[in-house]
Design a protein around this ligand. Structure first.
Ligand code: NAP
Length: 279
């Protein structure tokens, strides 16, 4: 490794596209706060180039990278070692380069749970069912984390039922009940916890057109969508007296796990950081 690489270590995020990523702003905030030299950069890498580019990064001074859509599954496949949770979920969002090896982990589920516990400290996973909308990449990590945390029953609803069935069969541990998407309006009434892990409600995506009048006090409602920060789901949840937890917390806490893996220091998730990321 060159001297430059040793004195200015790099980290980054690999995606396709990646311009929209808030990770550089987030990690640079922590690097500055912890007096770390180097930089965190966004790398736009096409799927067919992923393996070649990633294998070259340690030689360019990288200590690790975050991996985002659409590379999370491929990132796991190219790693030399993987954490148990990354293998279980079948995806990686964090690669760490150490001693010539590529280590894969996923911090999405842990980030989700930390954010949820921070926003809803009274929520107890074992106290009642969770309702999860979506069966894409983010929903996989959330479902796994919720079942690990001890949720007794999880109702899973997705527009494409086959994707929900496949997810339940693979990771469901016999505790997942797949319900038709058309029942979403009823389902949101049934969860002690309600999670939107679809892209619906995100800027540039269609709205979440699910009837929300069943939301009620005593529930915890969280949306993985963080742009906008206050989604219709969260607004309606608050209006109904439920506890609403926005999606930014998950983004920040999953990033904290990666930062710790590379720099061996756990960074703070605080208001300053939220402000820096929201810019
Ligand atoms: P993904 O793998 O592409 O999955 C998208 C999900 O949205 C699928 O369940 C898909 O259903 C559903 N969906 C898309 N368009 C739909 C429509 N018109 N009607 C009904 N359902 C629709 O994406 P992802 O990576 O899981 O991300 C999902 C959301 O979570 C995104 O908004 C993303 O920004 C957010 N996210 C947030 C964080 C965070 O840290 N807060 C982390 C990861 C992701 P089908 O299976 O039927 O296509």
């Amino acid at each position: 490794m060159s001297d430059r690489a040793r004195t200015h270590p790099l980290a980054g995020v690999v995606g396709w596209p990646v311009a929209q990523s808030r990770s550089p702003r987030l990690h640079r905030h922590w690097m500055a706060r912890h007096g770390l030299p180097g930089d965190y950069v966004a790398l736009e890498v096409a799927p067919e180039d992923l393996a070649e580019v990633v294998r070259m990064l340690p030689r360019a001074g990288f200590v690790g990278v975050n991996v985002t859509v659409p590379h999370k599954r491929a990132a796991l496949a190219l790693a030399d070692e993987a954490s148990e949770r990354a293998r279980r979920v079948g995806a990686a969002n964090t690669l760490t380069f150490r001693d010539g090896r590529i280590l894969a982990d996923t911090t999405d589920g842990e980030g989700f749970l930390r954010a949820l516990r921070e926003g809803a400290p009274d929520w107890r996973p074992e106290a009642g069912p969770a309702v999860l909308l979506g069966a894409g990449g983010a929903a996989r990590a959330v479902l796994d984390a919720l079942l690990e945390a001890g949720v007794p029953e999880l109702h899973l609803l997705n527009r494409t039922a086959a994707a929900a069935e496949a997810l339940a069969a693979e990771l469901g541990r016999g505790r997942v009940r797949v319900r038709p998407w058309i029942e979403a309006g009823n389902a949101v009434e049934d969860g002690l916890l309600v999670v939107n892990a679809t892209a619906l409600g995100m800027e540039g995506a269609p709205p979440l057109r699910v009837p929300l009048d069943g939301l009620h006090a005593g529930q915890v409602v969280t949306d993985l969508v963080y742009a906008p920060l206050e989604t219709r789901l969260l607004r309606e949840a608050r209006a109904a007296g439920a506890v609403a937890v926005d999606g930014l917390g998950m983004l920040l806490h999953q990033a904290a796990g990666a930062f710790e893996a590379w720099w061996r220091v756990r960074p703070e998730v605080d208001e300053d950081l939220r402000r820096a990321v929201l810019g």
